[in-house]
Design a protein around this ligand. Structure first.
Ligand code: PEP
Ligand code: MG
Length: 746
């Protein structure tokens, strides 16, 4: 029993090691200690089958991985080839003995080697040796054989090779923040951490209250200055992410909350910490990933206020970089980004954070590669060289010259592509055979509007009205909605704007209207929620109609439709709203009405709904989620969620066939529209209108201009014969390379 426990402990310690090199050292040290033999070594097979000595307790190792025994050579090679343990008392006398000068192995007589086999392949050999010329006992052999089989499960061979091949270059994997490759020198963004402030009493309450008011004013001015600086690079609207800070700084619950605590006798930083904590926790507890990510804004702001209070961040006093810089920190704030001139900002790496944080939003808008959530990088210093690979969410610390050369080549190719994309802005979105494709933008924030127009969008294909509802503190009034909708319709002038009615519930909860359900994805959401809350719904419909007064570019789209009655009820409400407004003297046109095709049950009913609809848009995100029964936001099953799954493609083909045969205009507005592989398949299936985030538009336009509809048709025909999303991806990727458009996948 105790042997089993000891072995479990060794395997567990190896599994818990903090790095691949630590893992192999732990293995050999703990085995040597346990068996009391003179030497324990671990060899791992490289891609040629040579055995590299990666760790040893007892042998002279030289450089890690530097000592290699050619495939099939020596006793180690024999163990690997035979896949059996070898137990010999006098190794030097064995015909296969192979002496390596550096290790001074000849000092040891006995040799016991056991293969480490994973999935039928020998990945390494574990060796124990002693000076005494004796065979290992049956018990000792059993221990090593057992360890060999268990280690096969925990040794992370891939990471070990990565570490060796890049020598001093650990590779860290995080979450994709913004695409692209960036190479630069580290600039650590260590904010003063408000959370480390300890409790304290306020000695002079009046002075502290005064100080707090001054602080808010100073930081507000600071944020506005940073925002103005950034607006020169970006559209005014994108720089509006700073508005979140400004709003918080004017939020009475924050400002008055701190004042109240000071009045209660808490010292200023303590009061600030408490209030920021409370605000951040509210967001952190939210199920919706977008809103949860907002807690980072609040923490940044708290740290910013604290820094200003300590006087450590004297405005504009920092030295500006003079070389390509990668911002690295626990959380890189929007202000940190604003401080670096754009020509020097090569990348962003956050130890924490998600792809929905404002840091990621801004990085995307600025076109700066970003990787989020890599976990803390230990031993990283200012001026260390770093590669940020936003395409694969990898960060390479202190890359070796060969790795660097490789990335510099990719970077060069990407810059060339970027230059070509810029030139595309005013060129038509059409395939090489001249087929015009209509490209719309998706939006949900006022901040997205002008990038969409700048990228050449021919309209808004999906305006997610729930986003303003989600960032508000209460249900926005009809007047508040009217102001937002009017701005959008005006910005797009005569171009169509497809406003989707409130799609809350499921993965999009409202903070002020919690819906507790066992199964929210299948619960009270989208059109079901709207129709059950008709007065709220009516105010939204009225606001949309009023915003369209004197215009013709409003389209209304219904989310999550699965029943005929839902469309009919909406038409009745729309008619009522138009009549009400007419009675109030506001005369508006009845806008075209369509639905999202995202609930699978809608598909078979589409034909019978033709007379109720002016258009449809395929919501590939939810359609895939419901067809595949895979939660689109659950990282545990994210691997299997793929919108090019054959089941999704076949259903989309069915929707298109129905739409074409009934002359029903259709588009796709889910993430498929910005995935080059999916776009090729959609074109082949007959899609001619795609709606995507503004940032993706130029890339997709470039792709369209490289291919013909015949190419796409031939590819989709082949793809529909395959029964696995991965094979479909591979097929389309291969074809893209053959067509000379493979670089879109980098
Ligand atoms: C979709 O489901 O594909 C879609 C576009 O809507 P959302 O992502 O907002 O649910
Ligand atoms: Mg949806």
């Amino acid at each position: 029993m105790s042997v089993i426990l000891d072995l479990t402990r060794i395997v567990q310690t190896a599994a818990d090691a903090e790095s691949p090199s630590a893992q192999v050292s732990v293995i050999v040290d703990s085995i040597q200690q346990y068996l009391g033999l003179d030497v324990c070594s671990l060899y791992l097979a490289d891609e040629r089958g040579d055995m590299a000595l990666l760790a040893s307790h007892g042998l002279n190792l030289g450089s890690v991985g530097g000592i290699r025994i050619p495939a099939g050579k020596g006793l180690v090679g024999l163990v690997a080839q035979s896949r059996h343990p070898i137990n010999i008392a006098d190794a030097a006398q064995h015909p296969a003995f192979y002496s390596i000068r550096e290790t001074k192995e000849e000092r040891y007589s006995s040799f016991f080697g056991v293969p480490i086999v994973r999935g039928g392949v020998v990945i390494g050999v574990l060796v124990a040796q002693s000076k005494e010329a004796r065979e290992l006992s049956a018990e000792e052999s059993a221990v090593l054989v057992t360890l060999g089989s268990q280690l096969a499960l925990v040794v992370s061979t891939e990471s070990i090779w990565q570490e060796i091949n890049h020598s001093t270059a650990p590779v860290l994997t995080g979450i994709k923040g913004a695409p692209g490759i960036g190479i630069g020198l580290v600039r650590l963004c260590d904010e003063d951490d408000l959370y480390s402030v300890s409790d304290g009493q306020c000695r002079d309450i009046d002075a502290a209250l005064q100080e707090w008011q001054e602080l808010v004013k100073t930081v507000l001015a600071d944020v506005k200055r940073e925002q103005a600086g950034l607006s020169e690079l970006l559209s005014q609207d994108v720089a509006a992410v700073f508005d979140a800070y400004c709003l918080l700084l004017s939020d009475p619950s924050l400002v008055n909350g701190v004042s109240q605590l000071i009045r209660d006798g808490v010292h200023l930083p303590g009061a600030l910490k408490k209030v920021i904590h409370q605000h951040a926790d509210v967001f952190l507890a939210m199920d919706d990933p977008y809103l949860r990510a907002r807690h980072e804004d609040i923490r940044h702001l708290g740290n910013k206020l604290y820094s200003a209070w300590r006087g450590l961040r004297a405005t504009g006093s920092e030295e500006l970089p003079t070389t390509r810089t990668v911002l690295v920190g626990s959380q890189v704030s929007v202000s940190d980004i604003a401080r670096i001139p754009s020509e020097y900002l090569a990348g962003i790496v956050c130890f924490q954070g998600s792809n929905l944080s404002h840091t990621a939003v801004l990085a995307n808008a600025l076109g700066v590669p970003a990787v989020m959530g890599v976990g803390e990088i230990r031993g990283l210093y200012n001026q260390d060289e770093l590669v940020v690979d936003g395409n694969t969410a990898k960060v390479i610390v202190r890359p070796t010259p060969s790795v660097l050369v490789e990335y510099e080549q990719i970077l060069k190719a990407q810059q060339q592509l970027k230059g070509e994309l810029q030139e595309l802005r005013d060129l038509p979105a059409q395939t090489v055979d001249g087929t015009k494709i209509c490209l719309y933008a998706n939006s949900g924030l006022l901040a997205d509007i002008s990038p969409g127009l700048q990228a050449g969008a021919e309209g808004l294909g999906l305006y997610r009205t729930e986003i303003p509802f989600m960032v508000s503190e209460t249900f926005p009034s009809e007047e508040e909605q009217l102001a937002v909708y009017r701005q959008i319709l005006e910005a797009y002038d005569t171009k169509p704007v497809h406003m989707r009615v409130l799609d809350i519930g499921g993965d999009k909860p409202l903070p002020y209207f919690p819906i507790r359900e066992e199964n929210p994805a299948l619960g009270w959401r989208g059109i079901r929620f709207c129709l059950d809350n008709s007065s709220l719904f009516m105010s939204q419909i009225r606001a949309m109609l009023r915003a369209s007064e004197g215009r013709e570019n409003l389209r209304i789209m219904l989310p999550m439709v699965g029943n005929t009655s839902e469309i009919i009820e909406f038409h009745t409400l729309l008619d009522d709203a138009i009549t009400q407004l007419a009675e109030e003297g506001i005369h508006v046109l009845r806008p075209p009405v369509g639905i999202m095709v995202e609930v699978p049950s809608a598909i078979s009913q589409l034909r019978s709904w033709r007379h109720l609809l002016d258009f449809i848009s395929i919501g590939s995100n939810d359609l895939s989620q419901y067809l595949l029964a895979l939660d689109r936001n659950n990282p545990r099953v994210a691997r299997s969620y793929d919108h090019v799954h054959p089941a999704v493609l076949h259903e989309i083909a069915r929707v298109i066939e129905i739409a074409q045969s009934t002359d029903l205009p259709f588009s796709v507005c889910g993430e498929m529209s910005s995935d080059p592989i999916a776009v090729l398949l959609l074109l082949g299936l007959g899609v001619r209108t795609l709606s995507m985030s503004a940032a993706q538009l130029p890339k997709i336009k470039w792709l369209l201009r490289q291919i013909s509809i015949d190419n796409a048709k031939a590819i989709v025909e082949e793809a529909l014969l395959l029964n696995d999303a991965m094979h479909i991806r591979k097929l389309v990727a291969d074809r893209l390379y053959v067509l000379g458009a493979g670089e879109i996948l980098w």
